[in-house]
Design a protein around this ligand. Sequence first.
Ligand SMILES: [Zn+2]
Length: 185
Amino acid sequence: MHETGVCRSIVETVERFALAGHAKRVKTVRIKLGEVHDVVPEILVGAFEWMARGTVAEGAEMVIERIPFTVKCELCGEVYRLDVHDERTWDCPACHQRAYHLHTGREFLIDAIEIENYAPGETDDSASRLERLQAERRRSASDLAVSGRRPAGAPSVPLTGRAAAAHPLQPTSAPARHECKLNAM
Ligand SMILES: [Zn+2]
């Protein structure tokens, strides 16, 4: 499904950004989504909630702003909404000609990531989590290259239901050292 692939890269980008910014957790991820894109916002939100589990972005709210499909008249500069299914909307309402290019609606980007930082006195482990994340990604990439299979621990992506096992990125006390050994394999 289109949304899950897109969502995976959103979660990865949010994680890298948040941990590099010493985030304790991510509060909100704001997405701009143009109407041209064949992405269902509800499915994207559901996929994000699921894929963010066990990461610094777990529990973050995804807010999607739909950007309307508009075109700009090449003759007079008028910007207007166009419905591809309704030819009556294709002519410029100002000069009544039909010469336009896409103005808005192609956007698909992370507009803002709002994070919560550690309070003074709290242990900031974001740097070590970022390191683990990068090591995990490298290992996943090499696993994929060798076996061509999904790396162990990377689940297929149902849009409902709970993750069965703790995500390897979940910060825990003991396994950090253990994971270094794994990395060296
Ligand atoms: Zn015009």
